[in-house]
Design a protein. Sequence first.
Lengths: 109, 325
Amino acid sequence: MCGLCGVLGGGGDWTDAAARPGVYTRNVDSLQRRRERVNRVACAQKVLSFYGLVLTDWQASSFILSTLTGKSEIVDNLTHLWAAAEKLTGRPCDPLDPRLIDRLEATGG
Amino acid sequence: MVDFTPVNLITGFLGSGKTTLLQRLLADPALADTAVLINEFGEVGLDHHLLGHIDETVVLLATGCLCCTIRGELSTAIKDLHSKRERGVVPAFRRLVVESSGLADPFPILSTVQADPVLRHHFRLGNVITTVDAVNGLGRPEAIKQVAVADRLVLTKTDLAPDYEALIAELHLLNPDAPLLRAAEQPIAAAMLFDDGAHSPLRAFPAAVEAPHGAVQSFVLRFDGALDWTMFGVWLTMLLNRHGEKVLRVKGILNVEGSDTPVAVHGVQHLVHPPKHMEGWPGADRRSRLVFIVEGLEPSSIERSLAAFSGHPIARSGPAATAAE
């Protein structure tokens, strides 16, 4: 349980399986885990910029998603990220949106 | 390593032969360490298999199989059974088979096992077995969904249907990856249905064509080069968040950066199974490939979206591509 927000459980999201097994599931090599999280923030940020959102890592345990005006949500993993992004922006975050795809193609993914 | 108990779902439309299939299976000694959750004892006619009553909802069969009725919530029934196993009230079963009602959407049942905070630490999803009636075919949207999520298809009543080749072709288009068994023409052993194909490498990977079954269609995306797993996760979580109920199934093997062996992914609607690192590639082909079964989504836009997110050019197998292969 998280002592700060009392969230039970957590973990076990499918995206936590990494190319290198055990990065998230074993309590070793914290540097590798940090590196993986930095990469995850960078990847998600490529998409989130389109919606005017910023993602930051929080203590290597959660992520904080914020709008440019400072509205924020704590998210545990990528699966929760998109529901939070839609809640903060009040619009659907659709990977099939041609405008988003155009933007990603222009910036090289 | 925790030993998770696999949960197999037997689904299929009303009257498609789920209970008959179960009746045949219950006599199989291979089900000795299995618990079966059914809706009613009476429907299955257990009398001649019965060894004894454990309580009003659980009976022990002569083969060693536990048979239990579901009252109320499925999650409560499974937790109750798990509790009885831990207390030694029932024999320690190593597999759980759930028979769903004919009208049930299979997704909430699968989701129960994976999302429940207690169950997900003791159980894992195994194969989904779907029965299809050769006489009545696939009329209803529920039946199509049940076929789309199947890991094994069992065609029943083939002895009553004059011609079912068209139905077989239709099933292959809808779910190209699931092996098809014919209940009336071959003996069906429990192992054929329950042996884990859910997380195994994809078998003969189909050169699928887009199946014109209403709005449901299947297609395959293939791409060269190693994929960034994290970017793929960003893309698939975003797709399933917005369109999960329309992605009846996504299944495939990926060539992932930083790994010599492929990673198998498998999802049903909003639910994605824990990905598996496979021991090796099934053949010489090192391309990533993903089978999608979607309802009301445009395959070309999924292809373009994944290409843009991953930075990889992608080939989609459709009617034209199949002809060229």
